[in-house]
Each structure stands twice: as C-alpha cells, then as structure tokens.
Design a protein around this ligand. Sequence first.
Ligand SMILES: C[S@@+](CC[C@H](N)C(=O)[O-])C[C@H]1O[C@@H](n2cnc3c(N)ncnc32)[C@H](O)[C@@H]1O
Length: 266
Amino acid sequence: MQPLEYAVTGLDLDQKTILDAAVGAGRATAFWAEKLSGDRASSRIIGVDIDLPKEWRRRIKERLGENMKYVELVEGDIFNLDFLANESIDIVSCADTIIFLNDKPLRFLQALQEFKRVLVPGGDLIITSEYSSEDMGPGEGQWHRWRLSKCIFELIGKTWSVEPEPREVKKALEILGFDITGERDFPAVKIKNYGETMDEWKNSMQEKVKEMAWSEEFRKTIAAEVNKVYEQVLDEGYLLGPAKYIIKARKKLAGRSGMLWETGLK
Ligand SMILES: C[S@@+](CC[C@H](N)C(=O)[O-])C[C@H]1O[C@@H](n2cnc3c(N)ncnc32)[C@H](O)[C@@H]1O
C-alpha cells in the first residue's frame, strides 16, 4: 500500500473540511482532491503554504486539473493559522513537512498545537514524514543532496530540515492531547520522475550559496559541488525517496489540554 493510501484508510471523507499543511508541489493535495471527486464532492481542501508564488500556483493547478475545484490555496504560516477559526477543520494532513518545522528543538510542537486548535474535537491529524537521510546509505545521490542542503543552510546560519523520530512525534501528540490511532512505516522508494524537483533544488541552493558571507573562491567550490550532486542524481536515473512513516492521531473529545498549554505555548 502507498503511504497516502494508508493516510486516508478508515477516514470518513464526506462533508469534511480538510487542511493540507503544507501544499509544496501539491502531490498530497492532488491525492486528497482525487479522493473527494465523485461521492464526496461536498468536501473541500484548504491548502496552506508559506511560499506560494504564482509559478507554483500554476503548477499545482496544472497537476490537479478538474480536481482543483475542491481546493482553495492560501499563503500562510503553519505556526500561526489565524485565518482559521478554532475547531473549524475536520482533518489535517501534514505531508512531508514537519522536518521543515523543526529548526529548533521542539519547534514543531508549536505547529502541532496550532493543528489541534483548528481541529474539531475528534478530528484527525495525519502526519507523513521522512526518516533521517542517514539511513539511506552512502553513495546515493539523494544522500549527498540532503547532506549538502543541510551544510549550505548551516553555512548561512539557517536550518534546512531536522527529522524528528516517530517516537518524538508521538510523544508530542500525546502531550498535546491527541490519541494515536495508527502508525506505519514505508521503505525508501526510487522516484523516476524527478527532473523538476532537481531543477528546483539546484536553483534554490545556488541562490543560498550567493548569500554566504565567505570568499568568492569558497562560494565557487560549494556552487560546483551543487552542480556535481545534481549531475550525480540525474546520472543515477532515479531519486531515492527516503523511508517514511505515517502517524495518525485524533484530537481527544474533551479534557485536559496538556502541559504545553500550561507553559503558555499557544
Ligand atoms: C516538502 S514540501 C511539502 C510537500 C507537499 N505536502 C506535497 O505533498 O507535495 C514542504 C513545504 O513546507 C512549506 N513550509 C515550510 N515551513 C512552513 C511554514 N512555517 N508554514 C507553511 N508552510 C511551510 C515549504 O514552503 C514547502 O512548500
């Protein structure tokens, strides 16, 4: 079974408002929207992303085609979903995104707290996330891509991604007042159609290299390394999608909010 098939298994998708956090290239959005076509056409998806330039909106629309009618795209920050009222969402899908929400230890808890706020009591939160790239084994272009991305961000004082372990995510959810309703692992897969992802990666990394406050020679060395990794991944003929896990959680119907509430975290 594909990860996203497992994500929707057992969910009632009739007359639901679904939050897709974050949209990115729209892969998960397209999957959920497809599930809404036909009998569940009364449901809708609100797709949020902090970065939704025109070109990406166009690509997402192209990817979804007809099914775009179920989706509203909103530029917004997962850490502050103020445009959504308390208890206004039935299902939150957070696909391949929490690793980018964890630049400081426990930072992603703030996002989970926001998901809890907008979810109706008994609402479902489905988290799909990557295991650490360390598990991929050396020699794979994808491994180099992840390591190099992390290094480049470090060199400009930022954090590219931090992969929380499933037990950290589960603990965080329990603290915040969710019940864990399902969990499954998925092995790494070879992705064949990845040219666009790599082009986007190369361009964004070259932009970051320009931000480095180091010598021109050093910037040139790093920029050349980006090109080398790009070529390596293209030569390999596939992009190794890392092993993933899915954690399904349900907001408790009532009761204590948990420790974070008491510590003042929103
Ligand atoms: C890997 S992509 C998500 C993939 C997407 N779910 C899919 O299935 O194609 C991660 C996305 O998270 C977004 N993002 C990162 N931090 C965010 C934040 N604080 N609020 C909203 N979106 C954020 C990035 O802009 C990026 O588009």
